[in-house]
Ligand binder design. Structure first.
Ligand code: E4P
Length: 223
């Protein structure tokens, strides 16, 4: 399963890239609002340079022509831009028009398997079911991931299932086991995946024992 970062924060993206675990990035207007101070386009251009894979840039227009205008402009920023389009009647039409133009899309705000199936049929490369937001309303978000992964495998559909709205490390494990092709994570969840209390305790213990052994050796040499 590929790992994307769900952020517009350049430092977080640089860090994950240095760790060698970054496959792509997803952004949205909310994530942009958290780091704003520069234009969305200039942030995206920077993110595209650092990121080895796809970078999702979300349109805010709700009409087809507006979505096409924003998406075409994002697509000119870098070859790894993927235009993020919300699931709606207009969104499906825009996805299908982008596909005809060779512009890749990520269909966002997907909450059911049928929505995901339609987005794939319209030509979206990435389908983003929102796991955490479904869990929030007491529905099992992981069911949508599992169903879409199965549907795409049975019917040989090329679109990839991108588990979005990930809230904790268990979501990542569950998404991988449910067959998600990609999970997009807040940086905090990526950090949580790195650490384990026994790993951190073990590192401290090994260092202490090493120092003890060196001190014993030095005192013997001094005898
Ligand atoms: C990513 O593509 C989505 O926009 C994002 O994961 C949504 O996450 P949230 O539900 O935590 O806002």
């Amino acid at each position: 399963m590929k790992i994307f970062l769900d952020t517009a924060d350049i430092d977080e993206i640089r860090t994950a890239a240095r760790w060698g675990v970054l496959d792509g990035v997803t952004t949205n207007p909310t994530l942009y609002a958290k780091v704003s101070g520069a234009s969305y386009e200039s942030i995206l251009a920077e993110v595209c340079k650092i990121t080895p894979g796809p970078v999702s840039a979300e349109v805010v227009a709700e009409d087809v022509e507006g979505m096409l205008r924003e998406g075409r402009s994002f697509a000119k920023l870098a070859p790894n831009i993927v235009v993020k389009v919300p699931m709606s009647e207009e969104g499906l039409e825009a996805i299908s028009r982008f596909a005809e133009e060779g512009i890749k899309t990520n269909c966002t705000l997907v909450f059911s398997s049928n929505q995901g199936l339609l987005a794939a049929k319209a030509g979206a490369s990435l389908i983003s079911p929102f796991v955490g937001r479904l869990d929030d309303i007491n529905q099992d978000g992981m069911i949508v991931i599992r169903e879409l992964a199965e549907m795409f495998a049975i019917h040989d559909i090329e679109s990839e299932v991108l588990a979005a709205s990930i809230r904790h490390p268990q979501h990542v494990t569950q998404a991988a086991l449910a067959g998600a092709h990609i999970a997009t994570l807040p940086f905090k969840v990526l950090q949580q995946m790195v650490h384990h209390p026994l790993t951190d305790k073990g590192i401290v213990q090994f260092r202490a024992d090493w120092e003890k052994a060196r001190a014993t050796l030095a005192s013997k040499k001094g005898d």
